[in-house]
Design a binder for this molecule. Sequence first.
Ligand code: ADP
Length: 343
Amino acid sequence: MPDAMTDARSQALLRAFPHAAILIDGDGNVAAHNEEAQKLHPLIRTEAPLTFAIRDPELLGTVRRTLADGQTRRFEVIERLPVERAFAVQVAPAGDDCVLVVFDDLTAGRKLERMRVDFIANASHELRTPLASLLGFVETLRGPAKDDAAAREQFLSIMDIQARRMARLIDDLLSLSRIELNAHIRPMDRVDLVGVIRQVADALKPLATERNLTFQLEIEPHTADVSGDRDELLRVFDNLVENAIKYGSRGKRIDIGLTRTANGDYTASVRDYGPGIAPEHLPRLTERFYRVDVAASRDAGGTGLGLALVKHIINRHRGQLHIESRLNEGTNFRIALSAHDAV
Ligand code: ADP
């Protein structure tokens, strides 16, 4: 049985502990617990029986057994409500006839693991489709179409498109992983957004003209120096303007704007007057491989990674990305970045 002195020390120790932890005395009462444990088991009270706060029979049984034989035990608990969470629980003797129960939250790690597995499955699937088509055409060119010059030309041009799609996908995947690797390092070069936006608009003008679209540039400041990485910011605007061309073409006009905000930062926007995006898709739009319409994205040569790249780059720049869209009216992507002098 711990005395008042050891009780106070136990409380202090548990408070400093990063995981939820409960010290239980030989009578099965809570001798000490920390705030994390309180969050996990809101009914827990010091000096009250553990059974008041916890009902899990496996946990209670393990505590009883460890109190009796002093053996350390480990097991996993999965809580389903209100949200699914997994814990590695350790029940160990802690002196004075007490046992210490520690809950190590595995949820975040599990979620990351699942995301990683999903990501690899998605990436493999995206690569397999064009690869299967390439292999199919190679076979046809070797066999049935061997001496058919017209078919050969047609197949080679399809193969060219598929191979380029794979190259684009790999390029986007590599960029994503590079940006993620450096996510914690804020890029600090002085980059003029006016120059970046004009460069992107100039580069994409031929594609826009081809689709019978016009750009309307509304650039207020002469220069707009932000802290950043020029290539990455070029990529952001390149993706947004290209998306506006690919998906927003019904509108015939794309507005590209840049303003200085009252607090001296900069807001850039790319707005199209196309079909818009239904509200239920908006929260997931920047997830890797998420597309509103998979076939339309593939037909347009999309990889499904463009907006994921945009989001990661903007996060690394400690900026903000807002997406507003209304069905049949169009979509507006807004990006806020800090001025170079302010950083
Ligand atoms: P993709 O390579 O498919 O274009 P993105 O990550 O750039 O991938 O975009 C994800 C999805 O968001 C697209 O497939 C499309 O469904 C939707 N989307 C992006 N931009 C627009 C836009 N301007 N108008 C309508 N839908 C858009």
